[in-house]
Write a protein that binds this ligand. Structure first.
Ligand code: ZN
Length: 145
């Protein structure tokens, strides 16, 4: 009777793990680490987070540099009227502003004005219910911080 000692167990395939060192993808870190998975490119979750935050900020700056165009207060009579109207520092509704300043797109003009005013100023925007037709009513107010 022959023993079956010699029947070798089929070799298990090696686990798909990378044992080589790789460099953290977040360049300022640049730490060499052993990835636990093939697709692991950051040495730590913090590096991953920081990297993507930086990438996001860079993207925003790029967009700003490309100049998402907006009107300037010095050259826009429309923004000057709006600014003057809000200078009483009282809250005004979208409708009041539209009528008083003769504006159609109040919201976007407010947005433009906001980019033009002094750094210590801001235009606050408060939701103030809805019209009978269901449109949102906002109150805009020039505030100084
Ligand atoms: Zn790192």
């Amino acid at each position: 009777m022959k023993h079956s000692h010699d029947i070798k167990q089929a070799k298990k395939s090696p686990p798909s793990r990378v044992n080589t060192l790789s460099e953290c993808f977040y360049k300022p870190c640049g730490k060499a680490f052993t990835p636990k998975r093939v697709d692991m490119v950051f040495c730590s979750p913090e590096c991953k987070k920081t990297h993507y935050q930086k990438a996001y900020q860079k993207g925003v700056k790029l967009m700003q540099a490309k100049g998402m165009r907006f009107s300037k207060l010095e050259t826009s009579a429309r923004l000057q009227r709006l600014y003057k109207y809000l200078s009483d520092r009282q809250p005004h509704s979208t409708r009041d502003i539209g009528a008083a300043v003769n504006l159609e797109a109040v919201g976007s003009s407010i947005g433009e004005l906001r980019r033009n005013i002094r750094p210590n100023q801001d235009i606050s925007c408060r939701f103030n219910g809805r019209t009978a037709e269901g449109a949102s009513i906002y109150l805009y107010q020039l505030v100084e911080g």
